[in-house]
Design a protein. Structure first.
Length: 224
């Protein structure tokens, strides 16, 4: 509750009781405002952070945002894609997929120096959904590999492989996963191929539909 409880009566207790009941009725659904000296010693206390425009809840001695606002401490997400043709110079060599477009983002961004890195400003558990439009430029059998890296370290058991063996054939490949990522860390989507005639190729200029990007990645925070 917020506000000031009506003081003891100068008139009758009945009048004071009526005023107290009116106060409770009008304020019982309002959250108390979060202040700098609010203590999170007890779990499950819900307050309203008016500065950032979202509620916070006490959890293990810390005030945790519920992710309903758009500030730095609210929910993190991002959707990024690339509209260029991405090729490999050498076979069996990992390359970071680069991103040149941001559809939506909060607390996640493309690195200004290395466009293959997606930077995170908030720690959390994230669901990552990835897709790529792969393209064959000859009729031989060839393979392409994708896997994630966090801060330059490959994630064990995460590689997916696809094959193409028809000239000018295209296929959309997808993969999802959940990762724990710390504030200040970066995520990369890596790829490699055993044939440099297998690449990631966008499709542009369609008269009946939007362009098809060479790769897309969507990131959603699922837990802080």
């Amino acid at each position: 509750m917020s506000g000031q409880i009506p003081p003891p009566p100068f008139g009758t207790f009945q009048q004071w009781g009526e005023r107290l009941n009116s106060f409770i009725t009008s304020t019982k659904d309002l959250l108390t405002f979060f202040t700098s000296n609010a203590s999170a010693y007890r779990n499950g206390v819900l307050l309203w952070d008016d500065s950032n425009k979202y509620p916070v809840v006490s959890k293990d001695g810390v005030w945790t945002p519920l992710g309903l606002g758009g500030g730095t401490n609210s929910g993190s997400y991002g959707m990024f894609y690339d509209t260029t043709n991405q090729t490999a110079t050498d076979v069996d060599t990992p390359y970071g997929i680069t991103w040149n477009s941001t559809a939506y983002s909060n607390n996640i961004s493309i690195d200004g120096t290395d466009a293959s890195k997606l930077n995170f400003t908030k720690s959390g558990t994230y669901q990552v959904l990835f897709s790529a439009t792969i393209h064959s430029e000859n009729a031989s059998a060839k393979h392409i590999y994708f896997f994630p890296r966090i801060d330059g370290t490959d994630i064990d058991g995460s590689t997916m492989m696809h094959s193409l063996d028809t000239n000018n054939n295209r296929k959309v490949v997808t993969r999802g996963g959940i990762f724990q990522i710390d504030a200040g860390s970066y995520l990369q989507a890596m790829w490699a191929t055993d044939d440099t005639d297998l690449d990631m190729h966008p499709v542009t200029g369609l008269s009946f539909a939007p362009d098809i990007p060479s790769a897309t990645i969507t990131i959603t925070e699922v837990s802080t």
